[in-house]
Structure formats: C-alpha cells, structure tokens
Design a protein around this ligand. Structure first.
Ligand code: 5GP
Ligand code: MG
Length: 181
C-alpha cells in the first residue's frame, strides 16, 4: 500500500482491507449472536457507514429490516451550536430492537444527539455498532455496544469515510499526514 493524495492532502496507509473485513465479520458475529431471534431494525447512518453496513449486513443471516438515515445540520438562530436533525426515518420504531450502524465515533456528540431523537419514539432498545472508535476523543458516556477497531485521534479516509467529499471509494483506510503542499 502506498501513500495516496485525496483532494489536496496526502494520506498514509493505516488499516488494510483484510484487517477491516476481519473486524466487520467479528462485529457481525457478535450482533448475530445477540439478535438472531429479535428481527432487529438496522439504521444505517449515511453517508459514511454505507460500505461498512453493506459488508456487515451480508454476514447477518437472520430476518431483519434495514433503513437509512442522515443527519442534517441546521445553524440555530440564537446560538452558534448546530442543531442536528435526523432525516429519512420512515420506520415506526415503537417496540423495535434498533441497531445503529455508524462509520466512526469521535467526540460522540453526533451519536448522543441521534440517540435522543430515536429514543423519543419508544423503541424496545437501541444499540450502537461502529466500525471505528476514537476512544481518546470520546466526551460522552453512553455505551457503544459493538466496536470494530479503536483508533487514535488522527483524521482518516477510505472505506466510506471522506475528506471533503473525496476518498470514500478507497477499499483501505488511510490517515492524514502532516504534509500540506
Ligand atoms: P463526533 O460527533 O463523534 O465527534 O463525530 C462523528 C462524525 O464526524 C462521524 O460520523 C464522521 O462523519 C465525522 N468524523 C469524525 N472523525 C472522522 C475522521 O477521522 N474521518 C472522517 N472522514 N470523518 C470523521
Ligand atoms: Mg458519519
């Protein structure tokens, strides 16, 4: 694997595709063990989690539903804090066993916000599966039930994750280098 250029930055090889697949299959096996009789509703967080979800869900061999949601940021009028609103949720969550599929959890601010909005619909349970987790950046205390790979706080791209809209199609994961030319 070689260093790649994404838009205007260089990214160094970080996690090779077979290592990613191994983590995805392990998480899928954990979820399968816990949900084989529960008909879970998987909620895939777009855009970043689309490849993770596609690979993971092909390993889940029991009945389930799959839906896709997205977070839209609206700038609040009276504060500098962005208000994040879920869009695309057409499913009734009442009484459902929801499993959120996310690409990466960093500070946890996004996920905490999403959890609050989903919990308001009275699901039986909500669990979180994330491919990547930046443990040292995490500021919250909600449980993350399934974690693929813990990583340091560097910015990464590939396997669904982007840098300014580019890099999502890379099969491996790369981390940003200090160089800026
Ligand atoms: P949080 O709210 O947990 O700080 O951030 C979560 C979101 O930030 C993720 O869903 C993802 O979109 C973005 N993010 C956090 N770290 C990275 C990273 O290293 N690379 C990319 N491409 N996105 C990231
Ligand atoms: Mg994301």
């Amino acid at each position: 694997m070689e260093t790649i250029r994404v838009k205007d930055r260089d990214f160094a090889p970080f996690i090779d595709s077979p290592v990613i697949q191994e983590a995805v299959e392990r998480v899928a096996a954990e979820i399968e063990r816990d949900y084989k009789d529960k008909c879970p509703l998987f909620l895939v967080l777009l855009n970043g989690a689309f490849i993770f979800a596609a690979d993971l869900l092909r390993c889940f061999r029991h009945p389930c539903n799959i839906s896709f949601i997205k977070v839209a940021s609206y700038s609040g009028t009276s504060s500098t804090q962005d208000v994040k609103v879920l869009i695309g949720l057409n499913e009734d969550l009442k009484g459902r066993h929801v499993v959120i599929l996310e690409d990466i959890i960093d500070t946890g601010i996004t996920m905490e916000n999403i959890l609050g909005q989903l919990a308001a619909q009275n699901p039986a349970e909500i669990r979180i599966a994330t491919l990547l987790f930046k443990k040292d950046a995490f500021l919250k205390d909600f449980p993350i039930d399934y974690i693929g790979i813990q990583i340091p706080t560097d910015f990464i791209v590939g396997y669904g994750l982007d840098y300014d809209g580019f890099g999502r199609n890379q099969p491996h994961i790369y981390k940003i280098t200090a160089s800026k030319l």
